[in-house]
Write a new protein. Structure first.
Length: 112
């Protein structure tokens, strides 16, 4: 059996749930959003979006998003909208913010 097939910690994504002072559910994400971890992000949003008008995703601990991850985040945003929920990215890490600016997706995700 080949070894080292398990994802290394740098390729993991952890998502904790909290509530903003205004009472808005917040997903506090840490790690990387990649092809491997984007399913987890989508699942967390999908579990909350039908019951809420606004959902925050705190990306201060996400230092990397690959192209598959970015596509999945966009698809998750669209899916949340279909549920009547606005998914807003907050505290976006500077590396990820640069990517959102380059792709012009910052306008959608940051409520602009």
């Amino acid at each position: 059996m080949p070894g080292n097939l398990a994802p290394t910690p740098k390729n993991k994504l952890t998502i904790d749930h909290s509530v903003s002072p205004e009472g808005t559910p917040t997903l506090v994400c840490r790690g990387r959003i990649t092809m491997e971890t984007a399913v987890q992000f989508r699942s967390e949003v999908k579990s909350l979006s039908p019951q809420h008008k606004l959902l925050l995703a705190d990306l201060s601990g996400v230092d990397s998003v690959d192209s598959s991850g970015l596509g999945s985040v966009l698809g998750t945003y669209i899916s949340a909208k279909a549920d009547g929920c606005d998914l807003m990215l907050v505290n976006v890490h500077p590396h990820v913010k640069d990517l959102l600016n380059i792709t012009h997706l910052n306008r959608a995700f940051e409520g602009g």
